[in-house]
Ligand binder design. Structure first.
Ligand SMILES: [Zn+2]
Length: 506
């Protein structure tokens, strides 16, 4: 008995030690939107840019109506360095350029802006691997990535914006094709940096392309090779697939690109350990499901550093934020994450005490056993219904605690839940139309119900299918008849002909 206890004890110790050795950390920082023209005397209704008229008094760390001043960027990276100075790597998911009119920018300014942030990150973390990707604002004009590969633009970013100080030579070479690349983090774990701005529905240059910059083909080949090599993969990119949870029916990608991208994610869900995105500025997540509706992947959407109040009606502002992930170094599984933030309102009230603090610990606050797709899917489903305490928490975190008493009716709630659980427009619409009550009481629908095709559509498919079968049969029978006619008619006619005339039939 004692021997058995000892064996069990040793086993447990080995398990714990292995878990400790395998656990690693990495930062995600996103959407800096550095505005070099931010001024403490600037007009907040004009992005805090200095105007000759008016007297304003903005914090040197920012204003909810404006993009990030340099002091905010320095403050965010200093907080990263202070909280966890030695991460395994940093994922930087794009958007360094401010939300200002294109007429005030040019390509040189855009490249310089990104370069300032690149060099700053490199100087704060001189010995840490930093994986960068581009955002939709990191181009001039914005949202205008070319559909052809091998653009000079990527070369200007690589050298002008100093991505060559972040990427290895081999990885930098890949980046030149279309702003995407892959490299091994270590044996068995690979990172794939994507340029999903190519699929962004605001990019008019790629709307007619089949495979902008050849990224789909490359991604499929890269994932196939990773699977063959028995590697796990972490994907990082700026724009996520699916729909915005705060703005009904705003799909980020063109429909055709969204479907193709999601299908690739489904095909390789067994080797994609994690997906990390920015762009929304809000704090949310998405669940990837297979064809049976089972959750098979998670897309983590981290909030922005910039506190900028979105120009989309009702979306609002957020507190500046940074995110630290805890992950399994062997297979890339995300074990947990901690969301840190700067309470800008409090900072402004207190007169300038900068205090980056823990906003929440994902596993703790949502009472999760792990951050696996099923656990997070269950969490999203639990948001539905009256007075869900977890949904109330999620809603506050969604704005990085900028809005402490968010108002969200049943339709708003359903939009959040459906955007988290459905990545495709048809499924999202089905999920969202499941609320027939339009009252605070929501119908409890199961994932299977949400995946059910509409009955009318099913009948339509059956009728069209039967019609196609009848049509094909008709053609086949017709061809047979014609062949038979050619073969047999002379014989029949020969009989009559023989009877009618004595001459032979040719
Ligand atoms: Zn952004």
């Amino acid at each position: 008995m004692n021997l058995l206890r000892s064996v069990l004890f040793v086993g447990t110790v080995v398990e714990v030690c292995t878990a400790i050795v395998d656990t690693g950390y990495f930062w995600q920082v996103t959407d800096f939107h550095y505005d070099a023209n931010y001024s403490t005397k600037g007009d907040p209704s004009k992005m805090c840019h200095f105007m000759s008229k008016g007297s304003y008094s903005n914090s040197i760390y920012g204003n909810y109506h404006c993009d990030s001043p340099w002091q905010l960027i320095q403050s965010a990276t200093a907080a990263m360095k202070h909280i966890h100075p030695d991460p395994d790597f940093i994922l930087w998911t794009g958007d360094s350029v401010p939300h200002v009119d294109d007429s005030t920018l040019n390509i040189e300014k855009v490249v310089q802006n990104i370069g300032n942030v690149s060099q700053h990150l490199r100087s704060v973390f001189p010995n840490i691997t930093i994986f960068p990707v581009l955002g939709n604002h990191d181009e001039y004009p914005e949202d205008a990535y070319p559909s052809a590969p091998d653009s000079n633009y990527y070369r200007s970013i690589l050298h002008g914006a100093h991505f060559d100080q972040l990427l290895s030579n081999d990885t930098a070479k890949q980046f030149l094709t279309g702003g995407y690349y892959t490299t091994a983090i270590h044996r068995g774990l690979r990172v794939i940096g994507l340029n999903t701005n190519l699929y962004y529905s605001q990019d008019k240059l790629t709307s007619k392309a089949e495979d902008p910059a050849g990224q789909f083909q490359w991604l499929t080949a890269t994932l196939t090779a990773a699977k063959t090599a028995k590697e796990k993969v972490i994907i990082l990119s700026h724009v996520p697939p699916g729909l915005f949870e705060k703005y009904t029916l705003l799909m980020w990608f063109y429909d055709k690109f969204n479907t193709r991208y999601v299908n690739i994610l489904k095909t390789f869900s067994d080797i994609i350990a994690a997906q990390i995105y920015g762009h929304e500025h809000t704090d949310s997540f998405r669940i990837l499901k297979d064809s049976t509706g089972s959750p098979v992947g998670t897309l983590f959407l981290a909030p922005a550093v910039t506190p900028w109040n979105s120009s989309l009606p009702g979306v609002g502002a957020n507190n500046p934020s940074i995110r630290l992930y805890e992950y399994n170094k062997r297979d890339g599984t995300i074990l947990n994450y901690r969301q840190y933030y700067l309470n800008l309102a409090q900072l402004i009230r207190s007169g300038g005490n900068v205090n980056w603090t823990l906003e929440y610990d994902a596993k703790d606050v949502y009472h999760l056993p792990d951050l696996n797709p099923k656990s997070l899917h269950d969490l999203a489903l639990s948001f539905q219904g009256d007075n869900s305490a977890l949904f109330s928490k999620y809603l506050v975190y969604n704005s990085v605690s900028q809005t402490l008493k968010p108002v969200c009716d049943s339709q708003c709630e359903l939009t959040h839940v459906c955007s988290i659980t459905e990545l495709e427009k048809l499924d999202f619409n089905l999920c969202r139309s499941s609320d027939t009550s339009k009252t605070t009481a929501l119908p409890k629908t199961t994932p299977a119900q949400r995946h059910r095709k509409p009955v009318g559509k099913m009948y339509m498919y059956i009728i069209v299918g039967l019609g196609a079968v009848v049509f094909i049969l008709f053609i086949v029978v017709g061809i047979i008849c014609i062949k038979r006619r050619r073969h047999f008619v002379p014989y029949r006619f020969s009989r009559f002909s023989n009877a009618l005339s004595s001459g032979p039939i040719n």
